[in-house]
Design a protein around this ligand. Structure first.
Ligand code: B12
Ligand code: SF4
Length: 655
């Protein structure tokens, strides 16, 4: 049955809201397919405002992978701002897609990509506006299957009541399998209804259906066990891993935003996974093993993507881009190719290493030499041993000195506050380090106008990391340490005025901590916060700490737990964690041993260059690290103007 566009009802509202262009759709490379001829219809959502959501690579990839199937249609939706939400409620306009302005409630599946837990209340807004019951248990065959993915889906328990299913890990192949199952079930006339299609998904072992699992609690509030409550459902759900990135060169046709967005550039993911072993980093742990894209694959994606979009900047994206085994060849090859054009190339923040300054110099050949970003993460060598970020103060000074000597004027350093075992002294070291950086930089560059910005985030312990057992630091302690740090920066004005300091206060991190390590009981808190007006919690102007504290105080005592219990409480080895039945491949015993090593200030090597240390991922997932050097030829060195073909015909540009 055909579905009408809601645009005629939406259009008159747009002049009354801020940034209306974000709701219009029709971006370059957007796809709009015929509704009636599609066998399976996906709506993909990034649960934040358009300006944050549109550049999201995960959604872009899945959108394209799905739309390439002739009988499948995928459209996108983003969170609407509160001004439009109010008007939509007043005029009965449902949550809509930006592609066809079709009501989200009419799709077969609503796939939501969670990079951060602070998007949970946005899910509830979208469901409610779409007319989809908030609770999965209240939905019928009329409603879409609500499916979560992205990093936060590795512990979807806090939103378990609102989800029909969740997928752990890479989505490229998973969405195709899910599509096959839904297509077949629909073609058979939807036998057994919603229950049956969810069972078919669950029985693959790679789709988690929370309602098929019962959680039993101990009298003290801890979890006793999580067990499947029916046959055909596995005890543990495994994560998905896309092994050969060259076989998945997506997005081939990146979307170009209509309105201003957080990323005005094209990104090419040069590898996935990271085995550096930073103990705080959930992304590094859950995306193992490392899988590199080949030099030719990267070159073709850059060339095709630029041709398809007209972007003038390309970011080489990954969790630690300078670690690609052929990064020097990649950067030199690209810099040669785009020399003399308007194309800028960049790396995201990198490890502290002088080699990375060479890379940055290479990439900046074409243009501005503004700022470089490094991530030492901890202020003292002691705390860096705890978090397994092996950088000495000497390395740092040498690296930034090289940067300033090479004409870079601005260095940005990322740190965290509130790390396990941290003391005031560890944090104050950040100020001393920054001053040393300015001193050394002035000497190396012979200039006084250099800058160093220190950017500090509150540490949040995350599931599937060695710090999953750690007590989260209370926001009052974090704020107090940051105040002391500011005072320390300012003790010497001649240096302090060249140091910028950016930080967020500690309160949102505590709520992120609740949502990261929470269990199903936290769902009640999320719902209450949303009912009390909680919207767009990732935005400081909308976030209300008090609303979350009050909701915890109302909803949690009944279970004998509270906000502190979920956040500032250290867990014991034997405690059943809410995500233990969700298999990221990491061996829990290995994680515990690594947590003990952290407390003993013992470091762990990177298995890319040292023997496997048995974290468990490769045997559990049947995978292996995939790194070069491949010895394959470089990108053609001919500048783009001359357009020579790439050496691998399979990866040749499409235009
Ligand atoms: C670019 C980027 C940003 C950009 C752009 C965000 C955007 N719109 O995409 C900006 C600067 C805005 C940003 C902001 C933030 N980011 Co950020 N960001 C990244 C970065 C560098 C790349 C993300 C990416 O494109 N990955 C590649 C894509 C392909 O992977 P993916 O999105 O996970 O998608 C795959 C799967 O997850 C899955 N999948 C995803 N969605 C779905 C949905 C369904 C239904 C299914 C089936 C599958 C599926 O399929 C995809 C393909 O395989 C990552 C680090 C990294 N390399 O991953 C950090 C990262 C994702 N960000 C992170 C954080 C913490 C943030 C912030 C919260 C920081 C802050 N304190 O403000 C904000 C949150 C913004 C917001 N409100 O959402 C963390 C996430 C922490 C975690 N959970 O481990 C990461 C991992 C960095 C890190 N190491 O800490 N970020
Ligand atoms: S199993 Fe071994 S090789 Fe694979 S990611 Fe873990 S430590 Fe590295």
């Amino acid at each position: 049955m055909s579905v009408e566009s809601v645009f005629p009802a939406l259009e008159p509202l747009l002049p009354r809201v801020s940034k209306p262009v974000q709701y219009v759709g029709g971006e370059l490379n957007a796809t709009l397919k015929d509704w009636d001829s599609a066998a399976v219809r996906w709506c993909l959502m990034y649960p934040d405002a358009y300006e944050v959501g549109l550049p999201n690579q995960g959604v872009m990839i899945l959108y394209e992978v799905l739309n390439e199937l002739p009988d499948v249609l995928a459209e996108r939706t983003y969170s609407v701002w509160p001004d439009l939400e109010a008007l939509m409620r007043e005029h009965d306009v449902p949550q809509f897609t930006v592609d066809g302005h079709r009501p989200v409630g009419a799709f077969d599946l609503l796939g939501v990509s969670f990079a951060t837990e602070l998007g949970y209340t946005n899910l509830l807004t979208a469901l409610d506006l779409a007319g989809i019951p908030l609770h999965a248990a209240d939905r019928t065959e009329e409603h879409p299957i609500v499916l979560a993915g992205g990093h936060a889906a590795f512990n979807p328990e806090p939103i378990a009541d609102f989800l029909d299913a969740a997928v752990l890990g890479d989505g490229e192949e998973a969405v195709l399998e899910i599509t096959d199952i839904v297509r077949e079930w629909k073609a058979q006339g939807c036998p057994g209804g919603r229950e049956e299609v969810l069972t078919r998904l669950a029985e693959t072992g790679g789709v988690y259906v929370p309602r098929f699992y019962d959680v039993e609690y101990l009298p003290d509030g801890r979890i006793q066990r999580v067990v499947p409550n029916r046959d055909r459902v596995p005890y543990r759900v495994f994560k998905r891993t896309t092994m050969d990135l060259d076989a998945w060169p997506y997005p081939k046709q990146p979307l170009v935003p209509l309105a201003e967005s957080v990323h005005e550039r094209m990104s090419v993911e040069i590898f996935r996974g990271c085995t550096r072993g930073c103990r705080f980093c959930q992304a590094g742990m859950i995306t193992r093993p490392v899988r590199e894209r080949s030099i030719e694959g990267i070159g073709a994606m850059v060339q095709n993507g630029l041709a398809a979009t007209g972007f003038e900047e390309v970011g080489l994206l990954s969790l630690s881009s300078a670690d690609h085994s052929e990064i020097a060849e990649v950067t030199k090859g690209l810099a040669d190719r785009y020399q003399g054009t308007n194309t800028g190339l960049s790396l995201p923040s990198t490890r502290v290493d002088a080699f990375n300054v060479d890379l940055a110099n290479e990439l900046a050949r074409n243009g501005r030499r503004s700022g470089l970003t490094f991530a030492p993460e901890g202020g003292s060598e002691r705390i860096r041993r705890v978090i397994n970020k092996m950088v000495s103060e000497e390395d740092l000074i040498r690296t930034v000195t090289t940067a300033y000597a090479n004409g870079w004027r601005q260095v940005k350093l990322y740190f965290m506050c509130g790390l396990p075992t941290e003391t005031d002294e560890d944090v104050l070291q950040i100020a001393r380090m920054a001053k040393e950086v300015i001193r050394a930089g002035r000497e190396a560059s012979g200039r006084k106008d250099i800058r160093c910005t220190i950017s500090i985030g509150g540490f949040v312990p995350k599931p599937h990391t060695p710090f999953q057992w750690a007590a989260q630091c209370h926001p009052d302690t974090v704020d107090d340490r940051l105040r002391k740090l500011r005072a320390e920066v300012n003790t010497d004005r001649s240096l302090g005025r060249n140091i910028g300091m950016r930080y967020h206060d500690g309160q949102p991190s505590l709520i992120e901590g609740l949502l990261s390590r929470g269990d199903r009981r936290v769902g009640r808190v999320i719902e209450r916060v949303w009912r009390e007006g909680g919207r767009l919690d990732g935005w400081s102007e909308h976030f209300s700490y008090q609303r979350w504290v009050d909701a915890c105080a109302s909803e949690l005592p009944e279970f004998g737990v509270d906000l502190d219990w979920f956040t500032t409480r250290e867990r014991e080895e034997t405690e059943v964690l809410p995500w233990d039945h969700l298999d990221s491949g990491l061996d829990k015993e290995w994680l515990w041993a690594d947590w003990q090593d952290a407390l003993d200030e013992q470091e762990q090597d990177d298995c890319r260059w040292t023997p496997c240390f048995d974290c468990g991922v490769c045997p559990a997932m049947g995978t292996d690290i995939q790194v070069g050097p491949t010895g394959r030829t470089l990108l053609p060195i001919t500048p783009v103007g001359n357009r020579s073909p790439v050496s691998n015909p399979a990866l040749a540009p499409t235009s």
